[in-house]
Design a protein around this ligand. Sequence first.
Ligand code: V47
Length: 372
Amino acid sequence: MNTEAKQTLLAKVNNGERLNADEGLALFNEPDLLWLGQLANLSRERKHGDVTYYNKNLHLNSTNICEADCIFCSFARLQRGMPGAYSMSVEDAKRWISERFQPGMTEIHIVNGLNPELEFEYYLDLLRMIRRDFPALHIKAFTAVEIHYFAEKFGLSYEQVLEYLVEAGLGSLPGGGAEIFAARARNKLCRDKVTAVGWLEVHRVAHELGLKSNCTMLYGTIETLEERVDHLLRLRELQDLTGGFQAFIPLAFHPENNRLGKIGAPTGACDLRVMAVSRLLLDNIPHVKAYWIMLGIKTAQLAQRFGANDLDGTVTEEKVYHMAGARTPDMLTEAQLRTLIEDVGRVPVERTTTYDVIERSPAIAPLSAELL
Ligand code: V47
């Protein structure tokens, strides 16, 4: 990008003006990573100042048996009995959570395979059990892909599925399953899963019912830069209508143990560029998460200077990325998360799933109390 084009973009970002598709594409093609980071940082600091949020959460994947055949996925097993396939009963899930639950945790994040053997009652019982036995946990569960699957399989509308789940304890929706919306890439990556229109419709209906949700983009597979821009702008368009997305999480392709492995992983520069361009194009989505499990701890830390204002959480145990080759630990302690934030000059703030600030007791926060 020449100096004049850079000046124009800088002025637009300074004035809070919306960037268009051509500008998004130019940003994806921009080699000057530090300039891009500074531009995204302007937008990030206008929204959040120096604050970086984190939360104390737990990830549960109660089954990895999945009818969908996504070529980038290392987590799913097509059928029961295949090596590594598992399905927890509600009792198993209760035991699994009990063994990992720590006082102070505020969220459970649940994403599962599309398991043909489970009835709708299983999902309702799972949520009811968590609400009854772990009432401190906000339940962020089931991607739009799963909601669509339940609707088709159990003969319900999206609205009915969501209403039943909310009645059983659902608090919000995670952002997975969006992958890449453009039909060319989507048909190759995950041809038997909900379409882009369906994914967006599930979130639209959820927002209409008053649920908050997150959104994602899988990058570093076969998508073109134009398809990335298209994806981000389709999220922005829905957000203009509903305002229900809380956070966007860019998801870097992990190449181990799946059929797309030969492509390899995106580079660190690509990770930071996607983070920055996402922050700049998604002007109406409040939060951009650097999910450390997926980015790696060091890149996630730097991402706080490239547009990100959330590191997600303690996580406690993760399967989707570790089965695809992630080398990150299974969990970070609160103290480790706070250090990663403070060490890049940001202010750590613990949040709930819905971004309410959790005030810390000075007794448990001797090192950073003055920052809050
Ligand atoms: O939907 C699967 C992706 C997603 C691979 O909402 C892969 O707060 C890269 O959505 N390489 C699940 N990506 C994770 C997810 C998520 C994570 C953290 C926070 C939130 C949130 C949502 O992971 C899937 C898919 O898009 N995925 N396999 C892979 N090999």
